[in-house]
Design a protein around this ligand. Structure first.
Ligand SMILES: O=P(O)(O)OC[C@H](O)CO
Length: 414
């Protein structure tokens, strides 16, 4: 059988579920064998793929988180667009089957799908109901606004809670999604969708006010900083924190490990700021097919990608992980199966994405070198949490340093 290499970034519960998909595909036919390899976290997997391409040792399929999308789109000779792979391979494929908000992220302005949406997420709020009760707080209290969350943090702290709020992916949740949710720009030129000559605008009044509030909560011991990626998930799953802002896909781990009652709520917004609530944007990753392999191998790739997009596989993946149902059929199937009724909160991610038609501020981000820019943002936010910089100074600096990378990317890809 012909071997198809898939490099990915999943361990833990997500790694198990991904391995089960590969096993199911391999058992369903005998012409191709998909081999999954874990290459580290999202950034490490992206870098491994780029390095492998330079050494002519690239896999067929590379999982790239949303942050690397503009970088991959610019890597013209290295990628084989998914629409082309599917047309040549002949496996069933209908780009219109995908949710608009998900498809738009990975499609050119001409309507060509470049990478396959696979695991798309959006951030939500997880609530440890037992922690609320232990602190003498009502776990059913309204947490839809940051004003209300602020009041909850006061009460939790006063009630003896040591970790009222923890977050994963601080830039993604508290700046990128914050901006879209309030319909304010994170970057000019429709967050980069309308041109490479984009600059960051993450230091506007809505963002500064939010980071300022978070900085104050950090100082008061109400927001506990645990790291740049999803390190905080371990604290939340262990029952050590009351509130957790994290990807909808945090559901996989929380469901598997939490020994407490939990809720999923919408991502909070600031009442009165911007046009909140607008819509949130996607994260997670898509699958890029790399150049340099032969036609028979691409045929296998097209069959595997078609398998991954089928309603049954997608519906199951969505229900098990909390990732969005990337096709409309998978969403309908999930609803028809009664999953949302049986598991309240699991419908929220989809609702946040589709509640309103996206604006130029809320389609998503398409910024080159964005993994490095996130590194800069992380550093500046850490200075706020540590009390070394105020929010305005830190975000002004993030803009200046990030813009320098955007200019380099623009020049290299003109
Ligand atoms: O945990 P994920 O896969 O939903 O990804 C979250 C962020 O999008 C990472 O950039």
């Amino acid at each position: 059988a012909t071997e198809i290499q898939w490099w990915h970034a999943f361990t833990g519960r997500l790694g198990e579920l991904l391995a089960a998909q590969i096993e199911e595909f391999n058992a369903s036919q005998s012409d191709f064998v998909v081999v999954g390899s874990h290459k580290g976290n999202y950034s490490e997997t992206l870098n491994a793929g780029i390095a492998a391409f330079r050494a002519n040792e690239q896999p067929h399929i590379l999982m790239v988180f949303e942050v690397g999308t503009a970088t991959m789109m610019a890597a013209k000779g290295a990628i084989k667009p998914v629409y082309e792979v599917m047309a040549e391979g002949g496996a069933p494929f209908d780009p219109d089957a995908y949710m608009g908000a998900v498809k738009g992220y990975y499609t050119t302005t001409d309507g060509d799908m470049l990478s396959l949406p696979y695991n798309s997420s959006t951030p939500v709020l997880y609530v440890n109901r037992d922690a609320f009760t232990a602190a003498g707080m009502d776990p059913d209290m309204d947490l839809s606004t940051w004003q209300n969350v602020g009041a909850a943090l006061d009460g939790l702290k006063a009630g003896g809670e040591d970790c009222p709020l923890v977050t994963a992916w601080q830039s993604w949740v508290h700046l990128e999604n914050l901006s879209a949710w309030h319909d304010v720009p994170f970057a000019t030129k429709e967050n980069g969708f309308a041109g490479l000559d984009t600059e960051l605008s993450l230091n506007g009044p809505v963002q500064v006010a939010h980071i300022d509030a978070m900085g104050q909560w950090a100082k008061d011991g109400k927001f506990i900083y645990t790291g740049r990626r999803n390190e905080g998930g371990a604290n939340f799953r262990a029952g050590e924190c009351a509130l957790f802002t994290e990807s909808s896909a945090g559901y996989a781990g929380v469901k598997a490990e939490a020994k407490f009652d939990f809720d999923i709520r919408t991502l909070p917004y600031w009442e009165g700021a911007g046009n909140a609530p607008q819509n949130t944007i996607i994260g997670g990753s898509s699958l890029w097919v790399l150049e340099g392999h032969d036609a028979e191998e691409y045929k296998g790739v097209s069959q595997f990608l078609s398998f991954l997009s089928s309603s049954d596989v997608q519906a199951k993946w969505h229900q098990n992980t909390g990732y969005l149902p990337i096709t409309n059929a998978a969403a309908e199937q999930t609803k028809a199966e009664g999953f949302y009724d049986a598991n309240p909160g699991t419908e929220i991610a989809g609702m946040q994405m589709t509640g309103k038609a996206p604006t130029g501020n809320s389609k998503g981000l398409r910024l080159g070198s964005f993994d490095q820019i996130r590194g800069i943002i992380d550093e500046e936010l850490e200075a706020v949490w540590a009390g070394d910089k105020d929010a305005q100074t830190a975000l002004d600096s993030a803009k200046e340093r990030g813009d320098a990378l955007l200019r380099r990317f623009e020049q290299a890809n003109r």
